[in-house]
Design a binder for this molecule. Structure first.
Ligand SMILES: [Zn+2]
Length: 229
């Protein structure tokens, strides 16, 4: 049987790169000078959408042997492309965190979140378990956006915990998008370390809540003007 994975991976990378490089929203965010985690969240959503669209466009039952996403194919085309999203997004969150640290007068370096391998494995397993790719295609749509957003949440968590360990008093603020669901409403609010429930960093499907971060020196960044008070 013809091994389709290398060619498919090449196509996915090319398609993604073209969309990413020409996306006005990506360009806008990358050109921002004053940064916040809300920007990182928007960036992650857009990068996630571009990858999800790439999968939806190029991966169809016809392009796969037996109309199935076998494990050995998923592992070689989905895993590297999801990891690539992690690389792009975590690079951006490092930029945001470096900016926040500098603005707060903190001589701390930005911490890069760890790649959540289990999340990728979970998606690969679901894909490979299904006989027909058509029945599981949805998992390469919204869950990819959700995975991308979680990289930002993980970055906030890693840096806030690092700052708390350094003796600072970081705060995280979770803000609802619209009215939100009951679970999100129960989580919205401002938290100070060490009293931050771990659910603050979690999100359900299609959740567009934002998590903001305040460095621990007592100053607050205005979310609209991005000025520090
Ligand atoms: Zn939500």
């Amino acid at each position: 049987m013809n091994d389709i994975a290398p060619d498919l991976l090449k196509k996915l990378k090319k398609y993604f790169a073209e969309k990413y490089n020409n996306d006005p929203e990506i360009k806008r965010i990358l050109n921002l000078e004053n940064l916040s985690y809300a920007d990182a969240n928007n960036f992650a959503i857009r990068v996630g959408e571009i990858l999800a669209n790439t999968y939806q466009e190029l991966l169809t039952p016809v392009t796969l042997p037996d109309g199935r996403m076998y494990w050995n194919i998923a592992e070689r085309i989905i895993e590297p492309t999801m990891k690539h999203n992690f690389d792009i997004i975590s690079k951006f969150t490092s930029r945001v965190q470096s900016y926040l640290n500098k603005e707060a007068g903190l001589g701390l370096k930005a911490i890069k979140p760890q790649l959540n391998e289990d999340r990728i494995k979970g998606i690969l397993e679901r894909l490979a378990a299904e006989e027909l790719y058509a029945d599981i295609k949805w998992i390469l749509n919204e869950p990819i956006v959700n995975f991308s957003q979680s990289i930002v949440d993980d970055s906030i968590k890693a840096n806030a915990e690092f700052h708390a360990r350094a003796g600072l008093k970081p705060k995280v603020v979770r803000v609802l998008d619209g009215t939100g669901c009951e679970w999100c409403r129960s989580l919205a609010g401002e938290y100070s370390y060490p009293n931050v429930p771990s659910d603050v960093y979690r999100r359900h499907e299609k959740c567009r809540c934002t998590v903001e971060y305040k460095t621990g020196d007592g100053r607050i960044q205005n979310v609209h003007s991005r000025k520090w008070i």
